[in-house]
Design a binder for this molecule. Structure first.
Ligand SMILES: Nc1ncnc2c1ncn2[C@@H]1O[C@H](COP(=O)(O)OP(=O)(O)O)[C@@H](O)[C@H]1O
Ligand SMILES: [Mg+2]
Length: 147
């Protein structure tokens, strides 16, 4: 999941003409935060990543661009997304990685890419991941990823 995140991170970092929003869904323990750690590693942020379950949002700033890691698991109501001021973050080059986007349904910007992580059914092990583009920016992102 970390390696996949790094691949996705490279594809995200190759584009800076608009903000990119990525939603990551999957059960607790599926590997969402691990995948985020891979994206951050691609951007040069090494070390363990903790889900911002209580602070909801954690910025990782480089000189040229900022990656925001959001975890909306604790949201009681999508309306609680409003005070986070997400729209102000959507400057060219910004990357938003949003765990549990379903908890903020209707209050989030359009997701350019939706990642679903599921457990494979026994006797198989490991994870099954699907990537769905939600915009033209997301389609370009998928094309870069598959190159
Ligand atoms: N593909 C995988 N196969 C097995 N274990 C994994 C995989 N990806 C992540 N894990 C492990 O699952 C645990 C929970 O991962 P985490 O990324 O915190 O999940 P989430 O953010 O979805 O709740 C971690 O210990 C992680 O190392
Ligand atoms: Mg998590």
């Amino acid at each position: 999941m970390h390696a996949l995140g790094t691949e996705i991170g490279r594809a995200l970092l190759a584009f800076d003409r608009a903000a990119q929003c990525v939603g990551i869904e999957g059960d607790l323990g599926a590997g969402k935060t691990t995948l985020v750690g891979g994206v951050l590693a691609a951007a040069g942020f090494e070390g363990p990543v903790r889900s911002p379950t209580y602070t909801l949002i954690e910025p990782y700033a480089r000189a040229d661009r900022t990656i925001y890691h959001l975890d909306l698991y604790r949201l009681a109501d999508p309306g609680e997304v409003e005070p986070l001021g997400i729209r102000d973050l959507l400057v060219p080059g910004a990357i938003l990685l949003i765990e549990w986007p379903s908890r903020g349904a209707g209050m989030l910007p359009r997701l350019d890419l939706e990642i679903h992580i599921g457990y494979r059914a026994p006797p198989e092990s490991g994870r099954e991941v699907s990537l769905v583009a939600g915009s033209e920016v997301g389609s370009d992102l998928l094309a870069r990823l598959l190159q």
